[in-house]
Design a protein around this ligand. Structure first.
Ligand code: AMP
Length: 635
């Protein structure tokens, strides 16, 4: 049960947000103090710390120079290239200033967008900080996305410059990035003026576009070691855009502010993650995801900690590598995902006893449901509390979590515990809009204003922000998480899955509509349905049911197999392998309502061997039978 201290802490944050957040705001440096804690004159848009000016880079780096210039700020470890490098706060200051100067030299200024499409290397880290230093808005695009996805994001953000590398590395193999950037720039209507390229020497076929492409190392050398004054920006100035999937094919650009984000992250380091200045945090995500933005880059630095950035697999050279790093760098806080832990669970258990893990205090896991066996296994093995966090790209920091820094509470396996301070969480009945009692399922909603750090809008589309997130109820605006939740008698929350057609693969959100559009790009695809089905390792994986335009072309098993392979390749080249369906099944008809709406839920239920539910609206029952037979291999 939530303790009294925790309850009161949360209640105060909701009842007196001005007082609560004014106090929290003292954690960061304001160049000009704010006049108003919250401007909520235009609901549901919340503007935090209005009138104040600050800078995310200043708070992350410069502010620490007086006390911890020689302390490690960033430890970079690549088991792919064998490179391990430590950067003190001073080193980080130097690198970020140099890169800020390079960006400025190329005409990048306040409010300009910069796309960062990079592997997990320090230059990506520097690029994010250099952008916010000069008031430019970064948009990190996960390196696993393909050219088409990158082009969509380029056109939405219209960047002045794009930072990339020749290649990434995965499992010892080099994965070229530059050809995808070239292709994306060709596909985009608003390609960047310049591409700044980190040449790691991993791609022998690397080509340069004269006049557009700039070499990172040469550019850095040319500027020397200048100091670039920070750009003091309004608290509400966008720090970054981060795209996320929804129900439509078009990804949404989550826009994050500066001051609210800095305050929310800094406070979370004390109340949730219990990280102290001088300690080390290891977040195993990728900078392309929100967890990477918040807890690899910004929050640990805001808190004066050392952050570990890791390029490589959790199982190479062996399944002990992460624990080895915990020992070597005296890590106190590890933040990872349930999928990663399930991967490690398959490894030899000796890896968990081989290293001295006495520095470790907490393991945080987020991004997808944490199943009880995984939670139990890892907490028994590590003998530290395992804290399940529930949050979204949109919120930037946890909505539900235990808050050991406020008051330690017992964790229940399968539950991310309680609403975090600042979030007025309600589980709502879909039909009546009324809060549901304990033990009853409801849509997890947040009564606005959203707390600091959450998205301020959808980039370039205020109307979409309102219509997407605040249309759950007609009577009043409530933020919809699009997740089902339930609360037990003791107030513990449990997340039951999405209310929409979004699936969660290894903690990454994928829109089924996006995958369907990619599949449809194949010339012989007439119709397609993509659903997510349960997977032991990744939580969920997408599978596709395809109706070919010309079934006559699929003369035999070999032709059908070749077709299925081409469909997968279409997804790879459109979205990237991350969205690749685990299987493609060819059918002649898809289950639809009489009005033509695809019955995804029923398809998913049949594919998972469950009861498809009420089928009164189904147009042709043989379609669902085909799905069953396709799955059973008897079609
Ligand atoms: P993303 O924005 O990509 O991080 O995905 C957010 C979604 O992941 C949420 O809306 C949930 O569906 C799911 N999710 C995140 N954290 C958890 C968690 N701790 N338990 C269950 N589902 C989660």
């Amino acid at each position: 049960m939530a303790g009294e201290i925790l309850k009161q802490f949360h209640q105060r944050s909701i009842a007196h947000p001005d007082d609560f957040w004014r106090e929290q705001a003292q954690r960061i440096h304001w160049e000009r103090p704010f006049d108003q804690v919250l401007d909520y004159s235009r609901p549901p848009f919340a503007r935090w710390f209005v009138g104040g000016t600050t800078n995310l880079c200043y708070n992350a780096i410069d502010r620490h120079l007086a006390q911890r210039a020689e302390q490690k700020a960033l430890v970079f470890v690549s088991t792919e290239t064998g490179i391990e490098h430590q950067y003190s706060y001073r080193d980080l200051y130097v690198e970020v200033n140099r890169l800020a100067a390079v960006l400025k030299q190329q005409g990048v200024g306040k409010g300009d967008r910069v796309i960062i499409y990079m592997p997990m290397i320090p230059e990506a880290f520097f690029a994010m900080l250099a952008c916010v230093r000069i008031g430019a808005i970064h948009s990190v695009v996960f390196g696993g996305f393909a050219a088409h996805s990158l082009a969509t994001r380029i056109d939405d953000a219209q960047p002045a410059l794009l930072v990339t590398a020749d290649a990434g590395m995965r499992g010892g193999r080099s994965i070229p990035y530059k050809p995808l950037v070239d292709e994306a720039c060709r596909l985009a209507s608003h390609p960047p003026r310049h591409v700044l390229l980190v040449n790691r020497g991993l791609d022998p076929g690397l080509t340069w576009v004269p006049g557009r492409d700039l070499d990172y190392a040469q550019s850095m050398q040319a500027v020397g070691t200048p100091e670039v004054p920070v750009e003091w920006v309004e608290s509400t100035h966008p720090a970054y855009i981060l795209y996320t999937s929804g129900t439509t094919g078009k990804p949404k650009g989550v826009q994050r502010d500066t001051g609210g984000y800095a305050v929310a992250l800094t406070a979370s380091m004390e109340y949730i993650y219990c990280g102290k200045p001088g300690e080390a945090m290891f977040t195993t995500s990728d900078i392309g995801w929100v967890v990477g933005h918040s807890y690899i880059v910004y929050a640990p630095l805001l808190a004066g900690m050392t952050t570990i950035m890791y390029e490589g697999l959790p199982t190479r050279p062996d399944g002990g590598i992460w624990w080895q790093l915990v020992e070597r760098y005296q890590v106190t806080t590890v933040f990872s995902s349930p999928t990663a832990i399930r991967v490690l669970k398959k490894q030899d258990p000796k890896y968990l006893t081989q290293y001295d893990l006495s520095s470790l205090r907490y393991l945080f896991l987020a991004g997808e449901p944490l199943d009880e066996p995984t939670a139990r296994w890892i907490s028994e093995a590590l003998k530290v509390p395992v804290v399940d966090n529930y949050w979204q790209t949109e919120t930037g920091w946890p909505i539900l979590s235990a808050m050991p820094g406020v008051e330690p509470t017992a964790c229940k396996f399968g539950s991310p515990s309680f609403p975090v301070y600042g979030y007025n969480v309600q589980l709502l009945d879909e039909n009546t809009g009324q809060p549901v009692p304990a033990q009853q399922k409801g849509v997890l909603g947040i009564v606005p204003p959203l707390p600091p750090g959450c998205l301020s809008t959808v980039w370039g589309d205020d109307a979409r922000f309102v219509s997407t997130y605040f249309s759950l109820l007609k009577e009043r605006p409530v933020y919809s998480s699009f997740d089902w939740g339930i609360r037990d008698e003791e107030g513990y929350y449990f997340i039951l899955g999405r209310t929409d057609d979004v699936i969660n693969v290894a903690g990454h959100r994928l829109g089924t509509r996006e995958i369907e559009e990619a599949v449809s790009s194949h010339a012989n695809v007439a119709e397609v349905a993509v659903v997510g089905i349960e997977d032991k390792l990744k939580g969920q994986v997408p599978i596709a049911f395809v109706v070919p335009k010309n079934a006559g072309l699929l003369t035999d098993a070999a032709a059908t197999q070749a077709f299925e392979k081409q469909v997968l390749e279409a997804v790879d080249s459109h979205l990237g392998a991350i969205a690749r369906p685990a299987r493609v099944y060819v059918v002649s008809l898809l289950p639809k309502t009489r009005s033509g709406k695809l019955l995804r839920r029923s398809i998913q239920a049949v594919a998972e061997g469950r009861d498809p539910g009420d089928l009164t609206t189904l147009d042709d029952a043989s379609a669902l039978e085909q799905i069953r037979q396709a799955i059973q291999g008897t079609l």
